[in-house]
Design a protein around this ligand. Structure first.
Ligand SMILES: Cc1ncc(COP(=O)(O)O)c(C=O)c1O
Length: 317
């Protein structure tokens, strides 16, 4: 693991990380919310998989996270398409058609008291005696749960968040939404240790993404992101941000981004299912932006966030 490039002089301007779920100290503290495991619905607390599951032994599986607003799935088809693409990349057959995925997800969503949720789908290659080779004819393990959404706080939206930078020491297939997230976990912890919200990653001097978000900058009024590649997860918000920019008449470009580009950006933003679009106002302890807007969320962020809220209404099923 390589060291963090620079130590921030100050932590998150609002002194907060993204709101997280509480630590669970005993099995009894696991919520008894309904979950789906291999065709059966039951309490999350009681759901069990074999220790020989290849997800447990190898991290041999993929996942998907879909935001749910007012009990409706946001951009469900885009999430399902990415799930299918990822299954194909790791050579696991898609166990369900769209109608069945939707039916299972909706059953869980209906049973969860909170209307805004984060739905999690995980598929592993299945259970087998430990062997690196992909044995044929395994039955994939399919798990779905949905939890209350923990969106960024109003303070984080108003003031923006702090990030740190680090070298991207993860594997070279960031495009696969793999459950093997140790690299991302280590990367995220670097910022958590410093009271910051995300770790922005650079490989060979070029921006890739953050530990669990895509990164966008604003330059000369237009939004700039990094090209889609095997080193970056194509977040569902890639296309959404492109559509929102088009509707708002804001430029949208994908091109390699250097560390100097990030330092010199007029605005900086993160995007993910939970963060939607979130302004970054400090990187490595230095305020983002120029002039009167230095260290403050910018106008492009404000317009995108507003348009995003309208898209949630229109594009949830
Ligand atoms: C590494 C990484 N990049 C980008 C994203 C953003 O993807 P999405 O917009 O689909 O949530 C995520 C989401 O968790 C992620 O883990």
């Amino acid at each position: 693991m390589q060291r963090v490039m620079a130590r921030p002089q100050a932590t998150d301007p609002v002194g907060s990380r993204l709101r997280s779920y509480p630590a669970l100290k005993t099995m009894q503290e696991i919520p008894d919310a309904l979950c789906f495991l291999n065709g059966t619905f039951g309490p999350l607390r009681d759901a069990k998989v074999s220790v020989l599951d290849r997800g447990f032994l190898f991290g041999d599986g993929i996942y998907e996270v879909v935001p749910v607003y007012g009990r409706r799935l946001f951009r469900f088809d885009e999430h399902l398409a990415r799930l299918s693409r990822n299954l194909a990349k790791v050579r696991v057959l898609n166990p369900f058609d769209r109608a069945h995925w939707l039916e299972h997800c909706r059953q869980l969503i209906a049973a969860q008291p909170a209307p805004d949720q984060l739905l999690y789908i995980q598929i592993t290659r299945g259970v087998a005696m430990r062997d690196h080779v992909m044995l044929p004819d395994l039955t994939p393990t399919v798990f779905i749960m949905t939890n209350p959404m923990k969106p960024p706080s109003a303070q984080q939206r108003e003031h923006g968040v702090a990030c740190i930078t680090a070298s991207d020491f993860r594997w070279e297939r960031g495009d696969i939404k793999s459950i093997s997230l140790l690299g991302n976990v280590l990367a995220r912890q670097l910022s958590a240790d410093q009271g910051a919200t995300e770790t922005i990653l650079f490989r060979d001097g070029l921006l890739t993404e953050a530990s669990s978000s895509n990164v966008w900058l604003v330059h000369q009024g237009g939004v700039v992101g990094v090209p889609k590649s095997e080193q970056v997860l194509e977040g569902i918000r890639y296309e959404l941000i492109r559509e929102l920019c088009e509707a708002l008449g804001i430029g949208y470009t994908l091109r390699p981004i250097t560390k100097a580009d990030v330092s010199d950006a007029d605005e900086l933003m993160l995007s993910s299912a939970t963060k939607e679009v979130l302004p970054v106002t400090q990187v490595d302890g230095k305020a983002v932006g120029h002039g009167a807007l230095r260290g403050k969320p910018g106008p492009v962020y404000a317009r995108l966030y507003e348009a995003y809220q309208r898209a949630k209404e229109r594009q949830s099923i």
